[in-house]
Design a protein. Structure first.
Lengths: 90, 96
């Protein structure tokens, strides 16, 4: 899993049937300085009702992602699985 | 999944058997602002998109999940068309 910032809502009506009713979020992975680390943006499905601006926990592994939706044919790679309250360093 | 812009259709008559009847698109990965990120890739397109349209695609082992038939030799598959992305400017105060 990794820590990311939700930067946008992705609106998509024409898509794979198995994604009907699922919320898509655009996330940017964060580095230790809490800033985006410059890696490519990821589109993740949301199961915790996160919103733009939230710092979130993202699981990016296909089979874990499918397990979350209990659907082994759903085309998903990344899922927002938590909203981070705080991180204590040191 | 990742964002990309459709560059154009790829036509190949001679293909491995599992790829027959699978439309292919050449796509350029982009970020939310439209800036190009990385090298273009070829993806299967079960959605039916056209050049210039914004889409999101799935990669690696999961790519064939974009298709009805999952035993297909692909490593990138288009999952949906992006209508729009709501990108409110993030408040700098949000950064702790």
């Amino acid at each position: 899993m990794y820590i990311a910032r939700v930067v946008g809502d992705v609106v998509s009506t024409h898509k794979n049937d198995r994604l009907d009713g699922k919320k898509l979020l655009l996330v940017r992975r964060l580095g230790l300085d809490n800033q985006p680390d410059g890696s490519v943006e990821v589109i993740a499905l949301d199961v915790v009702d996160a919103g733009v601006g939230d710092r979130v926990l993202v699981v990016q592994e296909g089979s874990s992602a499918r397990k979350i939706f209990n659907d082994n044919r759903i085309p998903v790679q990344a899922v927002v699985v938590g909203v981070i309250d705080s991180v204590n360093i040191g | 999944m990742f964002l990309a812009k459709i560059i154009g259709r790829v036509v190949a008559t001679v293909k491995q058997d599992t790829l027959s009847n699978q439309p292919l698109q050449w796509i350029q990965p982009v970020d939310a602002t439209g800036r190009e990120r990385g090298q273009p890739v070829v993806a299967v397109d079960p959605i039916g998109l056209g050049p210039g349209e914004l889409c999101y695609y799935i990669t690696a082992r999961e790519a064939s999940l974009a298709l009805a038939e999952t035993f297909v030799a692909v490593d990138a598959g288009i999952v949906g068309k992006v209508d729009r992305i709501d990108l409110p400017e993030l408040d700098p105060e949000l950064e702790p």
